[in-house]
Design a protein around this ligand. Structure first.
Ligand SMILES: C[S@@+](CC[C@H](N)C(=O)[O-])C[C@H]1O[C@@H](n2cnc3c(N)ncnc32)[C@H](O)[C@@H]1O
Length: 252
């Protein structure tokens, strides 16, 4: 079985190297956007570096109150959900994992499979449909997930997020513009907001990555931190992975 269809992933939970295991239901029968559902290397990289970052989630009001109406974490193009589920556990917050309609059922199933570990870590996860072509429209459903975590997200369909996560979401020439539009539409305005992106440095896609950076800067975002990681030998590729953390420049 390739790493992309592996059903269990170990995520680093803390700086002290505590680990947790995230279970993924068999993704092999599903596809969206001409891509078979799978867990990509960027997801494993990003899931394992989240513990290095300490976003400020104060005043997001989740889950006790909806007054501030800010989603703590929104994941774009979540695929099997490894990153969003890991974020919910690492940071102990609410995460909405989004993707295209054909994948939402599997995402919900993965949330349900990890309900116990989410509960132990104080995290919660909901599943949403968010097509990058219509970033203003998001539906949050309870497909396959336990009702207590989903009900916490009702009323958040139009909300912005304190943190947006995106792993391996730039692999065509339309994606930089689409993703930046989603970020402009969905990232909270304010100095605590963060966008954390991870992608493989595949030679054929470097122009798309450059385009993404130029468009993020053009939208008023500033990269505060970046780095590169190599993935372990269980993956059939030796592409380096780059990650970067963005916040709004002084104008926002
Ligand atoms: C290469 S996969 C990465 C999946 C996951 N983040 C990972 O790293 O394992 C790209 C993901 O983006 C999603 N995607 C592609 N186009 C999209 C769109 N227009 N709106 C929302 N999601 C989209 C795909 O369905 C897929 O789940």
């Amino acid at each position: 079985m390739s790493s992309r269809t592996r059903l269990s992933f170990t995520t680093t939970l803390t700086k002290a190297n505590d680990k947790l295991t995230i279970q993924i239901s068999d993704p092999s029968a599903l596809s969206a956007d001409n891509l078979a559902l799978a867990t990509w290397g960027s997801s494993e990289v990003l899931a394992n570096i989240l513990h290095r970052f300490t976003p400020d989630f104060s005043s997001t009001g989740f889950p006790e109150s909806h007054t501030d109406n800010v989603i703590p974490v929104l994941e774009l193009g979540a695929g099997t959900g490894l990153v969003g589920l890991s974020a919910a556990c690492v940071w102990g917050v609410g995460v909405v994992l989004t993707d295209l309609p054909p994948l939402v059922g599997a995402l919900g199933a993965n949330i349900a499979m990890n309900a116990q570990v989410l509960g132990r870590c104080g995290g919660a996860a909901g599943v949403g449909m968010l097509d990058w072509y219509s970033p203003e429209r998001m539906s949050i459903s309870n497909a396959g997930s336990d009702s207590s975590s989903v009900s916490s997200f009702s009323g958040y369909e139009s909300s912005r997020a304190r943190v947006i996560l995106a792993a391996d979401t730039v692999y065509s020439e339309e994606h930089p513009e689409l993703l930046v539009n989603v970020v402009v539409s969905r990232l909270e305005k304010g100095k605590e907001a963060r966008l954390i992106v991870c992608y493989p440095l595949r030679v054929g896609y470097l122009d798309h990555i450059r385009d993404l950076w130029a468009r993020l800067e053009g939208a008023g975002l500033v990269c505060g931190e970046e780095g590169r990681e190599q993935i372990d030998g269980s993956w059939d590729e030796d592409t380096p992975y780059e990650w970067c953390v963005w916040g709004w420049g002084s104008g926002e």
